[in-house]
Design a protein around this ligand. Sequence first.
Ligand SMILES: C[S@@+](CC[C@H](N)C(=O)[O-])C[C@H]1O[C@@H](n2cnc3c(N)ncnc32)[C@H](O)[C@@H]1O
Length: 234
Amino acid sequence: MSSHTKNIDIVEHFDEKRAADYDQDILSFIPGYDLIHESNLALFREKNLSAPSVLVVGAGTGKESILLAGESPNAKITAIDPSQAMLEALKLKAESLKLNNISFVNDYVVNLKGKTFNFANSILVMHFLPDRGEKLDFLRDIYKRLEPMSELILVDFMKLEDECQDRVIMQAMKNYQMSISPTPEKIDEAHEKIKTHLHRITEARLSDLADKAGFYRPIKFFQSFLISAYILRK
Ligand SMILES: C[S@@+](CC[C@H](N)C(=O)[O-])C[C@H]1O[C@@H](n2cnc3c(N)ncnc32)[C@H](O)[C@@H]1O
C-alpha cells in the first residue's frame, strides 16, 4: 500500500453533498461510465435468467439498479450500500420511475442474511477497500451469496505493474477528464483523492484475490484508461 493511502470512512465520504452531485460528476470522472453500465446490462441480458435475483453491492445513486430493475419486473434487485445519502438518492429515482422490484439495504454485504443471488455487481466499489484482507473478505462475502455458475461483474480503478506507465496513463486520463468536465477544478480534487482514498491493485493481484475467494480467473471485457471491468464467475 502506498504511504499516501489512508483508510477513509466511506459513509463520511459519500455524504449528502456528494450524493447530490454524483450523477453529474461521475460522467467526467469515469470516462465511459455509461458504456460500463450498458455493458453490464448487456451481460445480464445474455444470461437470460428465468428468475433473476441480483445483488448490487455499492449501489450508490443507482445507475445499475435502475437499469437492471427496468429490464424486467421479474428481476429482483437487492441494492446494498453503507451510505444512507447515496441510497436515498436511489430510492427517490426508483419511486419516480415506479420501480418496485428493488430492495434497499443500508449496510455491508457481510451482514446480509438469507438470500442467494444469480448475478452480482460491484461497480467502482472495491477500490475503496484496503488490501490487507478487506478486499479478500469483500469478494468472499459476495461469493458466498452467489449460486454456482453465477457471475460477479466487477469494475475498479486498477494499477499498472509498471509505475512509469501507470503515471503516464493517469495523467492522460486527467487531461481527458479536464477537457470534458464542466467543473475541471473538481478533477484536480478527485485526483488528489485517488492518491489518498483509493487502494488500487494490479490485474495479477486481482486474479490472486479472485482465486483465493473461489472465483475463476477474471475475464476483462472493458478498459478506459486505468478503469477496468471484469467478469468473475463462481
Ligand atoms: C463510486 S460509488 C459507485 C456507485 C455505483 N455502483 C455506480 O456505478 O455509480 C461507490 C459506492 O460504494 C459504496 N461502498 C463503499 N464501500 C463499500 C463496501 N465495503 N460495501 C458496499 N458498498 C460500499 C459507497 O458508499 C458508494 O455509494
